[in-house]
Design a protein around this ligand. Sequence first.
Ligand SMILES: *Cc1c(COP(=O)(O)O)cnc(C)c1O
Length: 448
Amino acid sequence: MKLPYERPTIRKLTAGALNKFGPRAGATPTTALDGVRVEELVARFGSPLFVLSERQLRRSYQAAVRAFGTRYPQVQLAWSYKTNYLNAVCRTFHQEGAWAEVVSGMELEKALLNGVPGPHILFNGPGKRRADLERACAVAAVIHLDNADELHLLLDVAASRPAPPRVALRVNLDAGSYPQWDRFGFNLENGEAWQALSRVVASGRLELVGLHCHIGTYVLQPSAYATAAAQLAALALRCQRKLKTTVQYLDLGGGFPSTNTLKGAYLPATDTVPSLDEYAEAITGALLAAGFRTGELPLLVLEAGRALVDDAGSLIGTVLATKRLADGRRATILDFGVNLLFTSFWYDHHISPARQFSDQTEPTVLYGPLCMNIDMLRESIALPLLSAGDQVVVHKVGAYNMSQWQQFINLRPNVVLIDQTSQVHLVRAAETLEYLQQLEQVPVHLQS
Ligand SMILES: *Cc1c(COP(=O)(O)O)cnc(C)c1O
């Protein structure tokens, strides 16, 4: 079917423009996180400080299991390590029953050290080296094949293995969302995926156990997942028919949005982002209608990352200074910047003052402490009249920030976890200069 033509449009985005609901007076303060006062956290652990909520981690995980598990008989979550691989976070999810989804040899080792059995580790990633494949085979992890060179390399590795390595095929396809991700895995539409599957099965040296597809990140259309699930299911049925191979699981990847608002969005994401239930309905609906015989439905695997962890992380910071810029705007300098809040490049994070102010607010530019022009957290945000020494809390920072943070100009700060009884645990200590210098070596001729 030909889609109707729509003319292109250009929309001017004006920083600080009001939406139709008008300005909100004041800003609701966040004085405590999970029952622990912000003031106390800063006094004990310094600022900036990442704070993780174990209660929220478990709540999000259980909500996802419920959304999918009430609609489909067999569901398994695999925790996306790169989204946040602090051991305390991974272990919380593993305790809840999550497998591990890893994308490098380093992450594979981390999952093993966290006690995940090899067969419960799904090894994705487009850049696996020979040593990574050998290690994955040795621990019986499932290798999600990304490309033909990797397939050949694995066949070579498999030749000297006692048992055939377990593999899944990573597939990319047109799910109707834009931009289409086609750089990971084998393409479905051009026949590449089928060719690779035939090769895997015909080799007799690999055990095909799954099909995988991760269509994007922060995908806002549940219908895209319905398309992907239907296509993956059709491919699995074709494997059964033509290659006499039963695929044990279909892995629909991650990419479900959190309720962080994207830059330039008109309405807050809490009002616009579909619920996980809508994604679950789309995926399980497609699988249940795909034509599998009763009792032969494959296991449904999901690799939700940001949707499980974003809400559970907060970042406490302190105002270092405020100033008036030459063009008249107010600027606020915080003790954290894009070095710690990587996601501020595409999210307008919700930021609260940590104490009560009057209803007066002013638009301000938010800068971090880096001596770099790109270190801007927000071009314009309405905040109370903050002064040096005031604290702020950035909400929903659990995804990617604690793995993509940079040791750049400043060292990385403490990370604490507040457990379900409101006890505070240090889960990653602030870096020290000594830690930073440990790996450096000064050549003898530069030592004096
Ligand atoms: C990054 C990644 C995920 C998690 O993505 P989110 O958008 O955080 O849900 C899942 N699977 C694969 C293969 C990934 O690369």
